[in-house]
Design a protein around this ligand. Structure first.
Ligand SMILES: Nc1ncnc2c1ncn2[C@@H]1O[C@H](COP(=O)(O)OP(=O)(O)O)[C@@H](O)[C@H]1O
Ligand SMILES: [Mg+2]
Length: 421
């Protein structure tokens, strides 16, 4: 089989790495890919949101299966376009991708089908929002409706911060049209966990749990980022919670999708808050999460291509998905200054060979004059497996300590359980 993976981050490197293990795969292309992905796939210079360019490439290169990493091409309808040309593609169609593309839509969907979530109200107009929000109490949560690259959620501690956030989104258009509608919701207290599930339209099979570290600095201080590390399993996730999530959230979502005539095939990501009143759903993502993918796929033992085929052919029920009981940890190495301003173009030194229990995924690297250089904020994602989270953690940090580039930064507390998490 010839495979095309779309995207250029650590998630896509992990997807390409896992897909390359399938005996059914002959050739992998990645658009646009990065310096590390280029070692195991042919990187092609087409951007992830260039749907036309990607379609032409797939048609002219005998691509048997296309796998979509990021959300933008899904929201732009790449799956519909490819299917019209009779190309096999893994991911939800445009109508289904709205579960991630519009938070206002997904909150209405959760409420309509009694899927546990934070109390909320959607606002299309600033003055109504400003007049009503005090009713939620403080802190409260304000979310831009549309895609905002993980930056569209603000937790406001008081009225002043809430006003500033609402004005920023609705009047100053900080997130463009994504902020024309906002969701205001009650603040939930608890521990977070991420559950990714394979969904074929009829059934959903959850993957092993994961938990990411969103803040830039140790002890969950500093700004929100695209993710500074992750662990799998999630610390506070147990069989009892898993069962509840399956019944109250995952299965209800599948039934709701059917009731709405939304054909969802692909990965559906459930962002959860484990509260004292049970698990509640914060949001859906219509794809693999990053960096959750870099820990979850380390534990996947089944051929990913077999699973993707089963998703596309609505045959998930017939497949037995196996996971390693090992724990996985990943640590993200960033360019100093990220998520604010930072420099790139520095040579990365000290790479060590990947093994079965440690892999260095590239999130933003490039090759220049035969050298691997930094090319973005999140640069490398070092993943490791161990019998315990502690062991996996030690292995990951051992690899991290050998690598270096100018102004490299990483959190020192990934995988260390704290009650304050
Ligand atoms: N109702 C809520 N109560 C408490 N924290 C929340 C709530 N909603 C979101 N958050 C926090 O904000 C983060 C981002 O929100 P989320 O809905 O996942 O949007 P996105 O990932 O698109 O930015 C969550 O991971 C969580 O830490
Ligand atoms: Mg989220």
């Amino acid at each position: 089989m010839n495979i095309l993976v779309i995207g250029s981050g650590g998630r896509e490197h992990a997807l390409v790495w896992k897909i390359a293990q399938s005996p059914r795969v002959e050739k992998i292309y990645c658009a646009p890919g990065n310096g590390g992905i280029g070692e195991i796939a042919s990187c092609i210079d087409i951007k992830a949101d260039d749907i036309d360019g990607l379609l032409k490439f797939a048609l002219s290169h005998d691509i048997d299966l296309t796998v979509v990493g990021p959300e933008q091409p899904l929201s732009l309808g790449i799956v519909d376009v490819f299917m019209k040309s009779n190309l096999r593609i893994f991911g939800p169609n445009q109508r289904a991708a709205i579960l991630e593309g519009s938070k206002a839509f997904s909150k209405n969907f959760m409420q309509k089908y009694s899927i546990p979530t934070a109390k909320y109200k959607n606002y299309h107009d600033k003055n109504t929002a400003l007049a009503e929000i005090d009713g939620f109490g403080y802190p409260l949560v304000i979310k831009a409706d549309g895609l905002a690259a993980g930056k569209g959620v603000i937790i406001a501690e008081d009225r002043t911060e809430a006003e500033e956030a609402i004005k920023g989104m609705m009047a100053d258009k900080k997130f463009g049209v994504a902020g024309s509608t906002i969701v205001v919701e009650e603040f939930l207290q608890g521990k977070e966990a991420s559950i990714l599930a394979f969904v074929d339209g009829n059934v959903a099979i959850p993957m092993v749990s994961a938990q990411d570290y969103k803040r830039a600095l140790d002890d969950d201080k500093g700004l929100n980022t695209g993710g500074m590390g992750a662990v799998s399993p999630a610390f506070y996730y147990n069989d009892e919670i898993a069962e509840r999530v399956k019944q109250d959230i995952i299965n209800k979502t599948v039934e709701a999708l059917k009731a709405e005539n939304i054909e969802y095939r692909g990965v559906l990501y459930f962002g959860l808050m484990l509260t004292k009143d049970g698990p509640k759903l914060l949001e859906y993502n219509a794809r693999f999460g990053d960096p959750e993918t870099e820990v979850v796929l380390m534990r996947l033992e089944t051929d990913l291509i077999d699973i993707m085929d089963a998703v596309i052919d609505e045959a998930l029920e017939n497949i037995d998905i196996k996971w390693s009981s090992d724990h996985a940890v990943c640590v993200v190495m960033t360019s100093g200054g990220y998520p604010e301003s930072y420099d790139t173009g520095f040579e990365i030194k000290g790479f060590i060979p990947n093994g079965i229990d440690r892999v260095t995924f590239h999130a933003a690297t490039a090759i220049k004059d035969g050298k691997t250089i930094t090319a973005g904020g999140r640069v490398l994602v070092v993943s490791a497996l161990g019998e315990t989270t502690k062991e996996a953690c030690e292995k990951a940090y051992e690899v991290v300590s050998k690598m270096d580039f100018k102004k490299a930064f990483y959190r020192k507390d990934i995988g260390i359980k704290k009650d304050s998490l």
